[in-house]
Every structure is written in C-alpha cells, then in structure tokens.
Write a protein that binds this ligand. Structure first.
Ligand code: ACO
Ligand code: ZN
Length: 399
C-alpha cells in the first residue's frame, strides 16, 4: 500500500494532496508535482488551486482535475489524517460513507467565500493594467474584495489608485487626478531617468497604493500597511526631448527604506514592474540604494530574506560592482572596497568567495579576476550608469 488515504474522503482529492501533472510543461524535462492549496466549485465541477513543488509561488494557478495524473495510486500523496475538532468517530465514518464528489462539491465554498485565513494563499487578482500595458499578477494582494472579484485591476500610472472599470479610470484621469509624476521630491534627473523621494507619512495614499501594487509581485515579505516608518524611492523614465513642464514621469520601479533601520538595511522592499524587468533597471535601482548609503557614509545591505529574483539580482550587482573596483584599483583592501561601494564587508567577502575571487597568499588576501567575471564585467560596463553629481539629496535621517 503506498500513500495514506486523506483527511477527507477516500479517493477524493483534498487540500494537501500531491499529484503529478499528466504532461510535462513544454521546455521542462520532468513532470511537475502539483500540491493542492485550495478548491472551488465552478458550475458543476471542481477546480484546484495548486502549487508546483520546487517552483516559485508565482506559478501557482487554478487547474481542472483533467490535468492531474491520477492513474497511478502510488504517485498520489494524501495528507496525513488530522482529527477534526468537534468531530467524533461516528461523524467521520458517516462522512466517509457519503464521501462522493457531489457531496464535496456542495460543501465547497465559492472562491470569494474562502476563509479569510486561507484567502491570501490564493491569487485574488489575475492581471493589472497600467499605462496601456497589462501584466499578470504573481501573488495575492489585499485589494478591496469588491475590486478583487473583477480579477482585473486598472491602475492610474501617476497616483497608483485602482479601479475596476476603464470608465472609472478615464473619469479619474479627466477630472480628478492632475498628476504627471509621483508626488514627493525629485532628487535625481539625468538622461531620461529620474528618482523621487516620498515620505510614507506625508504621502500615505500614494505609498499605500504602491505597496498594494507591489504586493502583486512580492511574496516573501509582509505588506507594510504602516507606511509611515518608510521612505519610498520611486524610479521613473521620461522623454528628455519634452520640455520639463509638459513631461510625464512614468514609474518603472521603487524601493522602500526604513527611516531608521536598526539592522543597517538600506532597502526594505525593491521592485521593478514586470513590464520593465530584465532590461537592467534592477541594477540601476540597486545602485541608487547604495548611492544613498554612500551619501550617508555607511555600508548597508538589503533586508533579508531576499526573494529568488532579489538574490539573483543582488549577487549579480555585487560581483559587477566589486569587479569594477578591482579592475580600476592597482592595490586595494576589502575595507577600501567597502568604503568605495557602501557594500558591507560580509556581502563583499561572500561575493568574492562565491566567485572564487579571494585567495590567501602567505596569509595576505589576494584578489583573482577570472576570465568569465571579466567578460561579464565588460558587458555590464557598457550599461547606463548613474551620475552621482546629479543626486540632489542630503540624508534626511542621520545615523
Ligand atoms: N532570471 C535570471 N537572472 C536574473 C533574473 C531572472 N528572472 N532577473 C534578474 N536576474 C539577474 C541577472 O544576472 C541580471 O543580469 P543580466 O540581465 O545581464 O543577465 C541581473 O540580475 C540584473 O537584472 P536587471 O534586469 O537589472 O533586473 P530587473 O530589472 O529584472 O529587476 C528585480 C530585478 C528588482 C529583483 C525584479 O526581478 C523584481 O522586481 N522582482 C519581483 C520583486 C522581487 O522579488 N524583489 C526583490 C525582493 S528582495 C527585497 O525586497 C529586499
Ligand atoms: Zn491618478
């Protein structure tokens, strides 16, 4: 006998069950295993909200039973049976006797009726439309239920307020919202790239809207409803050919930063909107966070844990930055790398070790620049760079 039969009725899939997909996803050699996170009824059938084992939660989705391979009993795993509070053996026996799919179907909630404590596990918004561009949501975000029911959110690209219908957004843009840039202070502007600093307390509406929007793409952190304790740095693009008074500054991404971080973090949450990802903007935004730390005369690090994409991007940024410093300097210490970059000693040493760039020669540290690292450095060297001379900013909170 293989897997133990479930907490629910025998043979009926329930939350916690794991089953392989019938077919491998194109481009993947091995079939994914789907773990059931939630169930809902749609008409007369059941749909399963599944998480794919070993894959990021942004791929979680609703699927029908027809996609699951239930032909091999041994391959289907049922959760260990938990005694249900208030249920005696008699009730459980009765449940089992009546254990048919039709009964399960009657008992299932509609998606909008999911218990509050479970609701956040399931993506509530399918897609978000902003500035004429539509992207799929990755994770749950606590938008009002009335809006989430529509599954598609329209967001004003300047104040980030959210709407259910295009007409509402049009009216908003036509008569209510006069913004053509984020509120707050413009602290950097050069060659089509600009940064705005916003105080979470002074611009609470915008910062809450930004947090709601970013939660659609950020899962590993709690959403901070209390935006008061954060500063927000919003990165925008603009057309440098347009006269300043007519310019529109479009948000590309942002990071939040605690006004006073006990742990020396210079970033709390960081996001590049999906439509702008993998174009080098993440590098620039991370670089900007270190530029601020440099002005503050501190070495700093992003808040942990990092997401999978956050880790990839930071690792890449650190190795590129450190290589750049090593290529320019004839002789330099780790301490001096820290002073030049504002990257913490811990992150520097970790990066050097990961890329086998650190050796000890008769007890003295020596840096090694491998061909592969140099090749990547050459490529990143050609990417657009921030110009520190264009940062008009004094640290608002001195350490
Ligand atoms: N796959 C593989 N490598 C990647 C990926 C990816 N999807 N994304 C970034 N990288 C690595 C690559 O090495 C890339 O360099 P390359 O394109 O030359 O190969 C490098 O990171 C920099 O890439 P960028 O294009 O500059 O990064 P991007 O603009 O896509 O932004 C970011 C990166 C901000 C992490 C973005 O993916 C994002 O917003 N993700 C969702 C939110 C998130 O996870 N934020 C980080 C949370 S951690 C925290 O908040 C402290
Ligand atoms: Zn608006």
């Amino acid at each position: 006998m293989g897997a133990e039969r479930g907490a629910n009725m025998p043979g009926v899939l329930c939350v916690g069950c794991k089953a392989p997909l019938k077919r491998a996803v194109p481009g993947e050699a091995v079939k994914r295993t789907a773990e059931i996170v939630s169930l809902r009824k749609t008409g007369n059938s059941i749909e399963y909200y599944v998480h794919y084992k070993g894959f990021n939660k942004r791929l979680d989705e609703w699927i029908g039973e027809d996609l699951l391979d239930l032909s091999n009993e041994e391959a289907v795993e049922y959760p260990k049976k938990k005694k249900q509070p208030g249920k005696g053996k008699k009730d459980e026996k009765k449940d089992r006797k009546e254990g048919t799919e039709s009964i399960l179907l009657q008992k299932l909630p509609l998606e909008e009726e999911l218990a509050a404590e479970d609701a956040y596990k399931v993506k509530n918004i399918h897609s978000v439309e902003m500035g004429g561009c539509t992207v799929n949501a990755w994770y749950f975000s606590p938008y009002p239920p009335s809006l989430a029911r529509k599954k598609h959110v329209l967001v004003c690209e300047y104040c980030l307020f959210y709407f259910a219908a295009p007409g509402q957004l049009e009216r908003h843009r036509g008569s209510v919202c006069k913004l053509n840039r984020p509120p707050g202070v413009q602290i950097y502007r050069k060659e089509g790239l600009s940064f705005f600093e916003l105080d979470g307390q002074a611009h609470s509406n915008y910062c809450r809207n930004l947090s709601l929007l970013s939660k659609l793409f950020l899962d590993h952190k709690t959403l901070y409803y209390d935006v008061d304790v954060f500063l927000f740095y919003v990165m925008c693009v603009y057309d440098p050919e347009t006269p300043e008074e007519e310019r529109e500054y479009k948000i590309v991404g942002y990071f939040s930063k605690e006004k006073e971080s006990q742990h020396g973090y210079n970033v709390a949450c960081i996001l590049i909107l999906p439509q702008y990802q993998r174009r080098g903007y993440g590098r620039i935004l991370i670089d900007f966070s270190y530029l601020l730390s440099k002005r503050e005369r501190v070495a700093a690090s992003p808040e942990k844990p990092l997401s999978d994409l956050g880790l990839l991007s930071y690792r890449q940024y650190w190795v590129e930055k450190i290589t750049d410093i090593l290529v320019r300097a004839k002789s330099i210490s780790i301490n001096a790398i820290k002073d030049v970059s504002s990257i913490t000693t811990e992150d520097i040493v970790h990066t050097l070790r990961t890329h086998n760039m650190l050796m000890f020669y008769k007890g003295t540290p020596a840096f090694i620049l491998k061909e592969e690292v140099l090749r990547k450095h050459e490529k990143s060297h050609r990417a657009p760079k921030l110009d520190p001379a264009f940062l008009i900013w004094d640290p608002p909170y001195q350490h």
